[in-house]
Design a protein around this ligand. Structure first.
Ligand SMILES: *[C@@H]1O[C@H](CO)[C@@H](O)[C@H](O)[C@H]1NC(C)=O
Ligand SMILES: *[C@@H]1O[C@H](CO)[C@@H](O)[C@H](O)[C@H]1NC(C)=O
Length: 274
């Protein structure tokens, strides 16, 4: 398994995650010197993947911090950007971006709209990215192998590709899962129907996944009607958030199983549901 012996940050959903996130960042600053970050996920951590393949995320994305569209579906920086900064590493280049990329300190395989399970619809039909988590793994695998072949050519390649030994001591981060829940709602499935396939989502990958509160995503609130009584005191749709919590509960168990599967990997579970 590619990630055995590595450090992995898992983020999930419940009470005081930001506190957890902060403490894991502080810990990482001390003894851990990560030479690289490899990230997998969706729009929460896409630094240019979907933009490279399907057109640049338009303004106001990117405007407030970068001053121009910067491949992020956000006008500022993403958590993955702050994570890189806190480890003293540059922002991650998107694997799919062919312009100006530098992968010395890692690569980002996330694309906006990605799911864990491959969808049976096109991006045009449903808005979900064809670069599901399994595809991101294919890309990572190819990147790992080919970066070393290309690096041997020397010259500039040595300055833009990671060293072989950096793969095993890198930090692997995952932020994906919320779109697996919303894809069912968009097919008019009920909350119970979506809940019923959650174990399959977790099973299929049994890997480190983090989801954020789907019921607070503006695109869900806008497209799926919710009764006024189902809006919680934060203005979020509570039935969807219940499923998100159910997902995270399963994720927590999946992470426990993964610790057994990958005894040499340090797996950190970070809860961002709030
Ligand atoms: C796509 O279709 C296959 C075959 O019917 C099915 O097994 C799979 O669960 C479907 N995927 C999703 C995300 O619904
Ligand atoms: C890529 O980034 C590394 C580390 O930041 C730097 O040393 C190297 O010069 C960069 N390569 C190019 C071609 O900019």
């Amino acid at each position: 398994m590619a990630f055995d012996g590595s450090s992995i940050i898992v983020v999930a959903i419940f009470g005081f995650f930001l506190v957890n996130l902060t403490s894991s960042l502080v810990l990482a600053k001390g003894p851990c010197q990560f030479p690289a970050i490899f990230n997998f996920g969706d729009s929460n951590s896409d630094t240019g993947g979907l933009s490279a393949a399907f057109g640049q995320a338009p303004p106001p994305n990117g405007m407030s911090y970068f001053g121009h569209p910067a491949g992020r579906y956000c006008d500022g920086r993403l958590v993955i950007d702050f994570l890189a900064e806190s480890l003293g590493l540059p922002y991650l280049s998107a694997f799919l971006d062919s312009l100006g990329t530098n992968f010395t300190h890692g690569a980002n395989f996330a694309t906006a709209g990605s799911t864990i399970r491959p969808q049976n619809t096109t991006l045009h039909q449903s808005g979900f990215s064809p670069i599901s988590l399994n595809v991101q793994f294919y890309e990572f695998h190819d990147f790992h192998v080919r970066s070393q072949i290309v690096r041997k050519r020397g010259g500039v390649y040595e300055t833009i590709l990671p060293k072989e030994e950096d793969f095993s001591s890198a930090l692997y981060t995952f932020d994906i899962g919320q779109n697996d829940l919303t894809s069912g709602y968009f097919l008019s499935m009920s909350v119970d129907e979506v809940k019923a396939y959650v174990p399959d989502v977790l099973n299929q990958f049994r890997t480190i996944i983090k989801a954020s509160p789907v019921g607070c995503l503006p695109y869900v609130m806008e497209r799926i009607p919710v009764l006024p009584g189902q809006i919680d005191r934060y203005g979020c749709a509570s039935p969807f958030n219940e499923v998100a919590q159910f997902f995270n509960h399963g994720l927590k168990k999946t992470v426990q199983q993964l610790r057994k599967d990958l005894p040499h990997a340090a797996i950190t579970y970070v809860d961002v549901y709030s």
